[in-house]
Write a protein that binds this ligand. Structure first.
Ligand code: HPA
Ligand code: ZN
Length: 323
């Protein structure tokens, strides 16, 4: 059997703030004089029993308050990249949530400086390439996303694309049509979370209105056979996150997860960790979980790994090099 941790692969759905392990959270809290409402690392970990996406997001936003200066973002990102490289990742498209930091007084430049420093170092030291994708929070006003985009200025060339995340239901993709059009015109990559908790109509809107290159999650497409046919025909990459879906109760157990059926059906599926510090594992652990729970074969593992590289924003040359 293949060693799943050495299979060359890419990760396409990873929120850098979701890699904040409790140990680092407490260390940064002490450094920055931030008081976390938990007694200990163990007590914080005990909170990781989520009801749904919203209950996770509340803890996710509260805990990232320990990230204050560029060195904090750099440490966070370095720690993730080291784990990622150790599990066979050769490229990663990294999401970050600027509004979650600017609303608490941390400047956008500070966030990007820290993350970028770690991404650049990983390229040189670990042979791990990356892109950086700025996510708009869909449960905040679309006008705020537009203002954020306008304010990018000298930061614009330091990001490679945009995404859309946070609480999904009631915040459909079409609300963000204008800022997506501007991002596309600026030559950025465009992706969006759709069909995680909300239905297939959100996936259609992401494709038709936002004109995304990939759909993040997308698993609710299975409710709509015509949409599945379209996703197969157009080979739209779906960045599926099996451990996340179980922890956020989108799917009951890993053994019930449809990801391998989706692969066999001809969908361009990739598997990803989403928020690995909170959901029980990094991308190598996701592959291992699928082997343990669903009997992932070597051929399926190789197909998922190949899809992840093909659907990444690594660029033609680098994709060829990884294969
Ligand atoms: N879904 C939506 N928004 C998010 C997630 C997620 O799984 N993780 C971080 N922000
Ligand atoms: Zn996500």
């Amino acid at each position: 059997m293949n060693d799943l941790h050495t299979l060359p692969k890419a990760e396409l759905h990873l929120h850098i703030e979701g890699t904040l392990e409790p140990e680092l959270a407490f260390e940064l809290a002490a450094k920055n004089g931030v008081v976390l409402p938990h007694e200990s690392v163990e007590e914080l970990r005990r909170q990781y029993d989520f009801e749904d996406l919203s209950s996770f997001l509340a803890l996710y936003y509260a805990t990232m308050a320990v990230l204050r200066d560029a060195s904090d973002f750099e440490r966070l990102t370095r720690a993730y990249l080291e784990r990622a490289a150790a599990q066979g990742l050769r490229h990663v498209d990294v999401f970050f949530d600027p509004q979650a930091h600017t609303v608490r007084g941390v400047a956008l430049g500070t966030v990007i400086d820290g993350i970028r420093a770690a991404l650049d170092a990983a390229r040189a030291e670990l042979g791990l390439t990356s892109t950086l994708l700025l996510c708009f929070l869909r449960d905040r006003p679309a006008a705020e996303a537009g203002q954020l985009f306008d304010s990018l200025g000298e930061q614009l060339p330091r990001i490679d694309g945009i995404g859309l995340d946070s609480a999904e239901v009631g915040h459909p993709p079409a609300l963000f049509e204008e800022v997506y059009a501007r991002a596309r015109a600026a030559g950025l990559h465009v992706v969006a979370h759709a069909g995680e908790e909300a239905g297939p109509e959100y996936v259609r809107e992401a494709l038709d209105v936002l004109r995304v290159e990939r759909v993040d999650h997308g698993i609710q497409c299975l409710q709509d056979p015509e949409l599945v046919d379209r996703l197969v025909a157009e080979q739209v990459p779906l960045t599926v996150c099996p451990l996340s879906n179980v922890r956020l109760r989108v799917v009951d157990t890993l053994a019930d997860h449809p990801v391998l059926d989706m692969l066999e059906r001809g969908l361009l599926v990739t598997v990803n960790s989403d928020d690995p510090a909170y959901f029980g594992g990094y991308v190598g652990d996701v592959f291992q979980g699928l082997r343990d729970a669903l009997g992932l074969t070597d051929e399926q593992a190789a197909a998922l790994a190949r899809n992840s590289v093909d659907a990444s924003f690594a660029g033609t040359e680098r994709r060829r090099e990884i294969h």
